[in-house]
Design a protein around this ligand. Structure first.
Ligand SMILES: [Mg+2]
Length: 291
């Protein structure tokens, strides 16, 4: 894999959330957003003409809560929910998940380590607290799904999900790239999970770059070891695009003359969707997901 150049003003940026922007936590609700990240994302959004999107397995509502007050173009639930650059919501028809939910409820309750999560457009069975149940979870979800059409299984980190068929992070990227301000830009997609491979493949298809957070065989062409390294790259890029907070001159600063330098007004913003105990947010070995 090659090294990671700084983000160019002509790029379009697609960012996974869990395990990419934020460190993984023992439970998805305990994930914390690093101070300064929201300010950096705001700077990148401004300097890239609005072409910065979040692409996650979480719902848009959850992602907005983590990144408040910022509301970026977002693909939630692996692309089953979509908010474009104009703030318009485009949603695929909601699948009928009630019967499947009933089928899996008893199974999930019979195993204390499992958590059944109902999303607007998907169902997820989390087994992080009982990783030994992975095979059983896969079998049970496959069995419950049966031959229901229009839905498909997705295997993520410590989770098996059921979501609308054909909707992936790759299809979300493709759709977002069709419209301004994304259209015509060179896309970069950063993610950590196997569910991000669809995004890596799509940006490769579009002549862009995949950035893997972690180490494994991947369609991504560049990698960084951990979310902290990904964030450092975003911070460095934002600073360079903003012409340097230290008052550099030249081309970079000319690009941003219409904008005030972002001073990181979100420095005190350490967001969590719910109040989790501090320090619970950074245990990479205890991976969980909504990827
Ligand atoms: Mg992820």
């Amino acid at each position: 894999m090659s090294s990671l150049p700084l983000i160019d003003p002509d790029n379009a940026l697609f960012l996974d959330f869990d395990g990419t922007l934020a460190d993984l936590a023992p439970r998805p609700e305990l994930v914390q957003v690093e101070a300064g990240l929201v300010g950096t994302l705001r700077t990148l959004h401004r300097q890239l003409g609005g072409a910065v999107a979040i692409v996650s397995g979480r719902t848009i509502a959850e992602l907005d809560a983590f990144l408040a007050p910022l509301q970026l173009p977002t693909a939630g639930v692996h692309g089953a929910e979509l908010r474009d650059a104009e703030g318009r919501r485009l949603e695929v028809p909601a699948p009928d998940l009630d019967r499947l939910h009933r089928r899996l409820e008893d199974f999930a309750q019979a195993h204390p380590g499992l958590r059944l999560e109902r999303k607007p457009m998907a169902l997820a069975v989390h087994y992080r607290a009982a990783p030994e149940l992975e095979t059983l979870v896969r079998e049970q979800v496959a069995q419950a799904l049966g031959d229901v059409s229009g839905l498909e299984m997705l295997h993520g980190k410590m989770v098996v999900e059921v979501k609308p068929a054909g909707v992936t992070k790759g299809s979300a990227v493709e759709l977002i790239m069709r419209s301004p301000p994304f259209a015509g830009r060179m896309p970069i997609f950063a993610g950590d999970d196997v569910t991000d491979e669809d995004g890596f493949a799509m940006v490769a298809h579009l002549g862009g770059v995949g950035v893997l957070v972690g180490q494994r065989p991947s369609a991504a062409t560049v990698s960084v070891p951990a979310p902290a390294d990904l964030r450092a790259w975003l911070h460095r890029s934002a600073k360079a695009l903003d012409g340097g907070a230290a008052g550099q001159t030249g081309e970079a600063s000319k690009r941003s003359t219409a904008h005030a330098v972002d001073t990181g007004t979100d420095a005190a913003h350490v967001a969590a969707a719910t109040a989790g105990p501090p320090g619970d947010g950074a245990n990479p070995s205890a991976s969980t997901t909504s990827s």
